[in-house]
Design a binder for this molecule. Structure first.
Ligand SMILES: *Cc1c(COP(=O)(O)O)cnc(C)c1O
Length: 454
């Protein structure tokens, strides 16, 4: 028996074998060489640890898998069966068919992004959705940037650098991912002046803090937690009245914001953008990909003179959005204007899906899996994404029976497309509210591959 090292093929031999296996399906030769070397190296390490030389076939299979893994996209679509509708980790709002079509249309070629078709000369990208946003929110002017964090940052830079911003102590919060309002204020060169107490802040607290150096009164919607009990937040209208009386603009960060009321779906009322504008906020900022149901973007609406100062700030360019985002956002806003948002935008389809419909979908899937493998259980979906903390929607889930739930969850994550489920009270649950209807066949295929009870 020769030494196990001698049984390993040469790199060239292994590469030739890979090319034969690929049979014309092209993978770059230097990638094959790299992966063949890596596999041989791994085999030598295993032999050094007392193992045997792998069979040539096995070695080739592993090298090929290694090469294919390099070429597989890292960012992949998946099935969200968590029941959390706006999940930042899972990409927030799914886009409508119209938004995707609009992105495709402008992405495939050129567009009048900064071109005035009437005049035949350079135009401004700021015009494309501004009119729609004015019409939908009642604001005088609008601007779109990369996300809501950028919107807040730009507003503070343009309006408050070197001066003071007055914020309620209960609102100087961390939004998530380490985005803390006090840090953003500092980065923009503004000084935070906290007023009131954690649970109660009155208009008189703000009034007492106003001075020569005050640039802004800022309200932040506490979107990811809820204070209960002995709590008082100064109503926006009172803050706006104070700002007007003292000549200080009010910036309202709504976080998610929404153009549609949430109360008809049994949820607590999330403040609408229109309400903020009507209550007298001078600038309102909100996200494009939370309850609005569009692409990642930061939307700023408000008084024309203030929006113009933001637009003209030198850093506005660093925060601007591209043509694909504008196209998707415009298509999303058009759904609202046509009164079709709940029918056409996935986020609102999911919010408004009747529980009985979700139950029927779960029962159909359970039946397709076969008796004893899964049952339909009532559960609670969340809206998520920095909106409506603690609020849930009644829903139905498929509860799997078989292997331990953490094993099932791991196997589902390894499926193609991956399925993200939730474990509750020792059971693996698939909440149908966030599973898109056309994903059901893929979900069923993934479930059929699991070790479930018969
Ligand atoms: C989500 C959120 C933000 C940040 O918005 P992004 O679009 O994620 O940048 C800011 N403020 C509040 C209150 C939020 O909920």
């Amino acid at each position: 028996m020769s030494s196990p090292y001698r049984q390993l093929p040469a790199v060239d031999t292994l590469v030739q074998q890979l090319e034969r296996r690929l049979d014309g399906a092209a993978l770059p030769r230097d990638l094959l060489v790299e992966c063949a070397r890596a596999e041989l190296e791994a085999a030598r390490r295993r032999i050094a640890a007392g193992g045997e030389a792998p069979a040539a076939e096995e070695l080739a299979g592993q090298a090929l898998e290694r090469a294919q893994a390099v070429l597989r996209p890292s960012l992949r679509p998946l099935i969200n069966a968590t029941g959390v509708i706006i999940q930042t980790n899972l990409g927030r709002a799914p886009l409508s068919a119209a938004a995707l079509e609009a992105m495709r249309a402008v992405g495939l070629g050129y567009a009048n992004l900064e071109y005035d078709l009437d005049e035949g000369q350079r135009g401004s990208r700021a015009v494309h959705v501004a009119g729609l946003l004015r019409r939908l929110t009642g604001a005088e002017a609008a601007l779109v940037v990369n996300n809501n964090a950028a919107a807040i940052y730009l507003a503070l830079l343009a309006l408050a650098a070197g001066r003071e911003v007055v914020v309620s102590r209960g609102q100087a919060v961390e939004i998530g991912g380490g985005f803390r309002i006090p840090d953003v204020l500092r980065q923009s060169g503004a000084a935070l002046v906290e007023v009131g107490t954690t649970n109660r802040t009155y208009a008189r607290d703000y009034a007492a803090a106003l001075g020569e150096r005050t640039a802004l009164l800022m309200r932040i919607h506490t979107s990811n937690f809820r204070l209960q009990g002995f709590v008082h937040e100064t109503p926006l209208a009172e803050l706006a009245a104070l700002g007007r009386a003292r000549g200080v603009p009010v910036l309202d960060d709504l976080g998610s914001g929404t153009l549609l009321p949430t109360a008809p779906y049994g949820l607590a009322p999330e403040p609408t953008v229109q309400e903020s504008v009507a209550a007298g906020a001078d600038l309102v900022t909100f996200s494009g990909d939370k309850l609005l149901g569009g692409p990642q973007a930061g939307l700023i609406v408000g008084r024309a003179e203030l929006v113009a100062r933001l637009r003209q700030h030198p850093l506005a360019r660093a925060l601007r959005v591209d043509k694909a985002t504008l196209a998707a956002l415009e298509a999303t806003l058009l759904a609202y204007l046509r009164g079709r948002a709940t029918q056409e935008l996935p986020v609102w389809q999911m919010i408004s899906a009747p529980p009985q419909q979700l139950r029927a979908r779960a029962e159909r899937l359970a039946a397709a899996l076969g008796p004893g493998r899964a049952e339909t259980l009532p559960c609670a979906s969340a809206v998520g994404g920095g909106s409506l903390p603690g609020e849930t929607l009644p829903s139905y889930a498929l509860a799997l029976r078989g292997a331990p739930p953490d094993l099932l969850a791991r196997l589902l994550r390894a499926a193609d497309p991956p399925v993200i489920a939730r474990i509750s009270e020792g059971r693996l649950l698939l909440d149908l509210r966030t599973v898109l209807a056309d994903q059901e066949p893929a979900l069923l295929a993934a479930l059929r591959g699991l070790p479930l009870d018969a």
